[in-house]
Write a protein that binds this ligand. Structure first.
Ligand code: PLP
Length: 391
């Protein structure tokens, strides 16, 4: 860490819990102290001491076009001059909604919110309202934002009532969430056999990203679709990472499985705070004021956020970068595997398009349990080795 980062972090720790506004930024899992960044352009970022890095973080997903893309900056500048927030409907919201509906196969209507967390929170509320049921099923190791009902981990047993994943979530709330292993069709089948009439929805990352990249096994998403439908329950794809990332239309277009509701975030905000949830019109029309399910936001559909998202989606539509992302992802994957083999380091690289994780272990990672069997200390060394080489 450079001197300016060190002194900033010291001050930040006195003022902000852990010195950061989101826990992963503090480097606790990999050790060491964070680097404070000052600016970025394209694939590069510069820290507060003007040291240059090659950035593979991309702000955790939103920056598919890289840092400070000219078209996004131009859209922001033009929009900003007209005012930054109105609390009244604007044309940009309609345009972004139009883009999203056009792109994502299962979305007929969409509501903009301010983060992925708000999107999943609202989708869960809607699912409970339309089904008249309270239970939610989630997959172990999938992250859906810091929604109380979704900050739940499995207790012992293959599939079980959740226990709070953090203090502050009431036991009664966690008990409304059932947890199954990812990629386990039989466990999903079992939990629906036991609790089907009480389950509002199964929410899942269609390509898991938050336990490291774990692709859905053959037939898994299809099974999730079939089982939820058989039990009159909804299927929610959390595409906050995968939306406009693994394909323009998200994982649902790549794998051709259509959920009832979809949550989006990251890329659709083009680096500004945006989330969205959408789905079939009959479901979305239950949302207020069309329907009776309340959900609102002072800054929802904010003009600057809409402008950045719209400029990003327009660029993706025009450029169709997905074949190139696939090729570059493949090149990175092969390079890492070759380098690890040369040094005799056991690694497993898992990748879907431009989503990629290096697990320090041998053998396929299919769920949270197998992800947990990788050598995270080796990962920490790798991380700091790369960082010291300005990657
Ligand atoms: N869902 C998924 C799949 C995510 O990866 C995240 C955040 O990383 C969220 C939801 C929450 O989004 P946000 O951090 O914008 O609240």
């Amino acid at each position: 860490m450079t001197d300016s980062s060190r002194s900033l972090f010291e001050k930040a720790r006195r003022l902000i819990p852990g010195g950061v506004n989101s826990p992963v930024r503090a480097f606790r899992a990999v050790g060491g102290d964070p680097v404070f960044l000052a600016r970025g352009k394209g694939s590069r970022v510069w820290d507060v001491d003007e040291k240059e890095y090659l950035d593979y973080l991309g702000s955790w997903g939103p920056l598919i076009l890289g840092h400070a893309p000219d078209e996004v900056l131009a859209a922001l500048a033009a929009t900003m001059r007209l005012g930054t927030s109105f609390g009244a409907p604007t044309a940009l919201e309609v345009e972004l909604a139009d883009r999203v509906v056009e792109a994502v196969p299962s979305i007929e209507k969409v509501r903009m919110v301010n983060s992925g967390t708000e999107a999943t929170l609202s989708a869960v509320r809607l699912a409970r309202a339309v089904t008249g049921r309270d239970l939610i099923v989630k997959a172990d190791g999938c992250y859906h934002g810091h929604v109380d009902a979704l900050l739940v981990s499995a207790g012992s047993g293959l599939a079980t009532f959740g226990i709070p994943g953090t203090p502050g979530v009431p036991q009664e709330v966690a008990a409304q969430t059932l947890v199954v292993p990812y990629n386990d069709e039989a466990a999903l089948e079992r939990i629906y056999r036991q609790h089907g009439p009480g389950i509002a929805a199964f929410i899942v990352e269609p390509v898991a990203g938050n336990m490291g990249v774990v692709p859905p096994g053959p037939g898994y998403l299809e099974a999730a679709r079939r089982i939820t439908r058989e039990h009159g329950s909804l299927l929610i794809f959390d595409e906050v990472i995968t939306g406009f990332r693994v394909a323009y239309g998200g994982a649902q277009s790549r794998y051709r499985v259509l959920p009832d509701l979809t949550t989006l975030g990251k890329i659709i905000g083009g680096g500004l705070p945006v989330g969205a949830y959408g789905g079939r019109a009959d479901l979305m029309d239950r949302v207020a004021p069309a329907g009776d399910v309340y959900q609102a936001g002072t800054l929802s559909g904010n003009p600057l956020a809409m402008a950045a998202g719209l400029a990003t989606l327009e660029a993706l539509h025009r450029l169709d970068p997905y074949p190139r992302l696939e090729a570059l992802g493949h090149k990175l994957e092969s390079g890492i595997i070759a380098a690890a083999q040369k040094e005799g380091v056991p690694v497993r690289v898992q990748r879907v398009g431009s989503m990629l994780t290096v697990f320090f272990r041998e053998g396929e990672v299919t769920d949270f349990a197998s992800a947990g069997r990788s050598d995270t200390r080796a990962y920490g060394r790798f991380f700091h080795g790369m960082l010291s080489r300005t990657v």
